[in-house]
Design a protein. Structure first.
Length: 605
């Protein structure tokens, strides 16, 4: 391939993959120093305790089935002194305090009703996202809709990416419940050093459904734990947030255990720039982005040249994430180990990427997904709710708790595992079946998409990924449930290998131009220009659910229903069409690419 054609394709990729919105907007973040540790449950008799209840808690406790949960709730009910979770948190005097929350539904009305016009109106954003393109106006602007529209028209910015100091000073500008652990935000340390460190927030019911925090779309985040080393959250449900149900930020040491995160516009459980974390035995569903998002995991393997990780920053185990756009996702999802989970009935099961700038730890490296059940990720929310106009309704009227999912990002419906520009990732010992488009999908992401214009970094993604010992197209009962194609790859990157996987009667199905060598032999080798396969889905990145022009971009097939594969699927697919079709790019797309890329490079210069 000539240098001219190569440069043109890189230019097109850098333009079209520059999606209209970033995956996760936040202040510039840094990783913890790694000296923290994972907390453990302090039990039901912690002498440093606060008890929270609602008017209906006594009746709810009486209705619990006989057992330990009823006995402890009855005992703790006698000690209830707070009717607001936030008030109980604010009263904490000593570290490692337990806040026990009795059965009931908590709206935290005092904090939900704090509006910008009355509360911290001085805040300025570190973001450049205009209000006119945001769905968050109602919770952070003035309570007057007319004033909101005027602010949008004037180009006022949306204070999403606030500094830590402003977040702490104005805790409920964006958050219903907020915990901030760093009391010295002006120094260089992000370590937890306040009386809130080690706080445990635990529901006392028989299960997470007994204690519900209902944000009712009042704030972006239902609960935020920021620089909260030792934070422990358990046995509660969080729902109806405009952004995240549960948000952990720049925290060294946390546990999220046995929670439900449901019916949120974007994320269920999101951890960002954090270390020594554990998410376990939880459930996430009806979320417009992903059920679980370990983004910018602490990059403890950044200098590790080996495939084996030295250690993992966040462990995700025994969870169920279903009926979301993505079961799991993570831009710069570094050093994450997800095992023993169920990812099903999403549009895409698992995804990690190096697509979006502003995430520390790019390019993504050293994630491992092992012993997970990744199946039937064929839910087409784009056609069901975006194309029909449901997602254009006011957020509170879309029916998120009744199964509506409004996708925030574009993903290929019918895909099990997607690696978009990852390195040293391991997909092993999983059950990957009944995903009607692809079982696994892997493609290269150029460095310019993370605003890195160093020519030596152009090919620094999609390298050294291993996919091995998976059961492809077979369920745990041994029944064949084929994937549309077991493996899709753009032939880009070095050190990639697929081996020792177990397939159904039809054998392995893939689109490989040339079979890569075995892992022990070094895996794939560099093939210049092989990424022309990627051009076939470039237009998908222009997806914008709020713009009818781009809610289903022309030429994008990701949002079409993939056909259910037959039991007797053909063996190896013919990849020639995949290689040739992308070359028929339209003149209009080419002109758009040249113009926009020219502007991006001019800014970089």
């Amino acid at each position: 391939m000539s240098r001219r054609v190569l440069a043109l394709l890189v230019m097109l990729l850098s333009v079209v993959w520059a999606a209209p919105a970033v995956a996760h907007e936040e202040r510039p973040a840094q990783f913890p120093d790694g000296t923290g540790h994972r907390p453990h449950f302090l039990g039901w008799d912690n002498p440093r305790q606060r008890v929270v209840c609602q008017a209906e808690s006594a009746a709810a406790v009486a209705a619990l089935p006989d057992g330990a949960a009823k006995r402890r709730s009855e005992r703790l009910l006698r000690s209830c002194r707070f009717h607001s979770i936030q008030d109980a948190i604010d009263s904490i005097h000593r570290r490692a305090t337990s806040v026990y929350v009795l059965p009931g539904t908590y709206h935290e009305a005092k904090y939900a009703n704090a509006r910008r016009s009355e509360y911290c109106s001085h805040l300025k954003t570190q973001s450049t996202s205009p209000l006119a393109s945001s769905e968050y106006i109602g919770s952070i602007s003035s309570p007057d809709p007319g004033a909101e529209k005027e602010a949008a028209a004037s180009g006022e910015t949306n204070p999403i990416a606030l500094s830590y100091a402003d977040q702490r000073r104005c805790a409920h500008n964006l958050n219903l419940i907020a915990l901030f652990g760093d009391r010295t935000p002006d120094d260089d340390s992000i370590r937890c050093n306040s009386r809130f460190c080690g706080t445990q927030l635990v529901g006392t019911g028989a299960g997470p459904a007994d204690v519900v925090v209902d944000n009712r779309f009042a704030k972006l985040n239902a609960i935020r734990a920021d620089r909260m080393g030792g934070f422990f959250l358990s046995n509660m449900t969080f729902q109806q947030a405009e952004f995240n149900a549960i948000y952990v930020m720049e925290t060294d040491g946390f546990v999220i255990d046995d929670v439900v995160a449901r019916g949120n516009d974007e994320y269920g459980i999101l951890a960002f720039a954090s270390d020594h974390g554990l998410i376990q035995d939880s459930e996430a569903y009806y979320n417009g982005d992903s059920g679980m998002y370990p983004g910018s995991g602490s990059d403890v393997n950044a200098d590790n040249p080996d495939f084996e990780a030295t250690r993992y920053a966040i462990e995700i185990r025994r969870n169920s994430s279903h009926h979301n756009t993505l079961g799991y996702s993570g831009t710069a999802g570094n050093s994450i180990w997800a095992h023993g989970n169920q990812f099903f009935d999403n549009a895409t099961g698992i995804a990690t990427d190096s697509l979006f700038p502003g995430h520390p730890g790019l390019p993504q490296d050293h994630a491992r997904w092992s012993h997970n059940d990744i199946h039937s990720n064929n839910s087409n929310w784009y056609q069901r709710f975006v194309d029909t106009g449901v997602c254009a309704e006011p957020m509170a009227e879309r029916g998120y708790l009744h199964g509506t999912v409004c996708p925030v990002v574009p993903v290929p419906v019918g895909t099990g595992v997607l690696i978009a520009g990852g390195n040293f990732d391991s997909t092993d010992h999983n059950w990957i079946y009944d995903n009607w488009r692809y079982g696994t999908m892997q493609f290269w992401v150029p460095a310019v998409l993370r605003d890195d214009y160093d020519p030596s970094h152009l090919y620094d993604t999609s390298n050294n990924n291993h996919t091995f010992e998976n059961h492809m197209g077979i369920d745990p009962r041994g029944v064949e449930q084929p994937n549309g194609m077991d493996h899709w790859w753009d032939d880009q990157g070095v050190g990639n290998c697929w081996e020792d996987n177990h397939y159904g009667a039809a054998g392995q199905t893939d689109n490989f131009t040339v079979d890569p060598p075995a892992c022990a032999d070094g895996g794939s080798v560099f093939v210049p220009g092989a990424f022309v396969k990627d051009a076939g889905f470039l237009s998908c990145s222009q997806y914008d659910r709020n713009d009818p022009t781009w809610s289903h971009p022309a030429g994008c097939t990701w949002f079409d229903d993939p056909a259910k594969p037959g039991a007797a699927a053909a063996g190896r697919s013919d990849s020639s069409a995949v290689l040739i079709a992308p070359l028929a790019l339209t003149g209009a797309a080419l002109a758009l690419g040249i113009g926009v890329v020219g502007r991006r490079w001019a800014r970089a210069a």
